[in-house]
Design a protein. Structure first.
Length: 451
């Protein structure tokens, strides 16, 4: 793919932006974690892709002079407004040098796994297959769960093409440090890591910097990086807790460490930084849980509850389906009962066989659960309708390929994949839900972008 990035003088370099910096890499904050650990795992759709080894060799040698790089970082649970509650100089530098959205609208449900994989693929969850953190597939007759390593690393669960595979298919080297999908067999990029929440954030950054310091033929052009601290703190302590402020500040420090390190690299002025989160966060009092069994007999039903929504599977038993439906509709409080075919269209959620025939969606601030679920002990949650503003995440980006432009309106996270592809000057994956035109006006070299 050719490129003609003529951005000489104006190439405000990331170096500049990154120059400031953080000096001391802090130790990782304590990590509470009521929610299942987010981990990465992908899978290739069409052609079976070769599974790369952990620190394998390069894919295709590229000329080094005109390459662009993308480093995409996810701060799990970073709500759209969290950056405004404590000083965040590192995030501020990115916003000042590039663009910041009023919010990044997650796909439904606003959970970690579906949304990280949506960010990667540009597809709504019903179209990429990771429809929730936990769900059932009637064809596989198996349950996928984010805490189940076997399913997380099983490529058959993952549809679509994550951006790192899109890049490698077009000859680039890619890397992932804990992005959902990147651990799955068949979907692994050249460099990847098996999820381990105990890996200190500073070590994650240092590894990414080491990757970017490799010789050109082995150096990844795309790097995905993940941090969970904000999500952990918000679940455990709540959205107004000082511990959350501490976690946000820690993320700024770790971002500063990344900026400093990037600034010192040979490729400093060619790196585009994209900062995102998968969803926001809202308070949920411990006693605001509605138990499904209190309203319907679910003894013959497969129930998978994901706290803010429950997926009910009936295995073709229509009698049972209508019995449960009629028992719940109008009776269960603080939740909406949807037949799969009648889900809100804005959720784009009906098409997957992995979505139960009935979806019970709790209203914001409430949760739905089965009596068999483990008791909820947190005070912050997410997963509700993405049109609930508190579910919105962050989006900031800066680099030589991005036109500085201040604040943008909120947009859906399906559009991040084509944006990242454009910055890498490659074609996005075919058939995605996201569109390049949403962010194209903020590209510095729109002429190089193909329609
Ligand atoms: Zn979470």
């Amino acid at each position: 793919m050719s490129t003609q990035r003529s951005l000489p003088a104006r190439v405000f370099s990331v170096a500049l932006l990154l120059a400031v910096a953080c000096t001391s890499p802090p130790a990782d904050p304590p990590r509470p974690a009521p929610e299942p650990v987010p981990a990465p795992q992908p899978t290739p759709p069409a052609p079976p892709l070769p599974a790369p080894a952990d620190t394998a060799a390069p894919v295709a040698p590229f000329p080094t002079t005109d390459e662009t790089f993308v480093v995409m970082v996810s701060f799990d649970g970073m709500r759209y407004d969290f950056l405004d509650r404590v000083p965040t100089p590192a995030f501020d530098r990115v916003a000042a040098a590039g663009i910041r959205a009023a919010g990044l609208i997650p796909a439904y449900p606003s959970k970690t796994f579906p949304n990280h994989y949506t960010l990667a693929t540009g597809l709504y969850p019903a179209n990429h297959g990771i429809v929730d953190n936990e769900f059932y597939d009637p064809q596989f007759d198996a349950v996928y769960a984010l805490h189940d390593r076997e399913t997380v690393e099983d490529g058959r669960w993952y549809g679509g093409e994550p951006i790192w595979k899109t890049a490698e298919r077009q000859g680039l080297v890619a890397a992932s440090f804990f992005w959902v999908g990147s651990e799955a067999v068949g979907l692994r990029p050249t460099y990847w890591k098996r999820y381990d929440e105990d890996v200190p954030n500073a070590a994650r950054v240092d590894t990414v910097l080491a990757w970017l310091g490799l010789p050109p033929e082995r150096r990844p052009r795309l790097v995905m990086l993940y941090f969970s601290d904000v999500d952990d703190a918000a679940h455990r302590y709540g959205v107004d807790a000082p511990q959350l402020d501490t976690a946000i500040a820690a993320m700024d420090v770790v971002l500063g460490r990344l900026q400093d390190g990037l600034a010192a690299l040979e490729v400093a002025d060619r790196v585009n930084l994209i900062l995102v989160s998968d969803h926001g966060m809202a308070p949920v009092p411990r006693d605001q849980v509605v138990y499904l069994e209190d309203y319907a007999d679910l003894s013959g039903v497969r129930v998978i509850d994901n706290s803010t929504q429950a997926l009910l599977y009936f295995d073709g038993d229509e009698m049972e389906l209508w019995a449960v439906h009629d028992a719940l509709v109008g009776r269960i409080p603080h939740a909406e009962v949807h037949l799969k075919e009648e889900l809100p269209r804005r959720w784009h959620y009906s098409r997957s066989r992995r979505v139960g025939e009935i979806v019970i969606a709790a209203e914001p601030g409430w949760m739905v659960a089965s009596r068999e679920s483990r008791p909820w002990r947190g005070v912050g949650m997410h997963g509700w309708d993405p049109y609930f503003r508190a579910m919105h995440g962050i989006f900031l980006a800066a680099g030589p390929g991005i036109q500085p432009g201040g604040e943008l309106a909120s947009f859906e996270n399906i559009h991040v994949h084509p944006f990242a592809a454009a910055l890498l000057e490659i074609e996005p994956a075919p058939g995605i839900d996201g569109r390049l035109d949403v962010l194209a006006p903020h590209l510095r070299t729109p002429a190089s972008v193909r329609p």
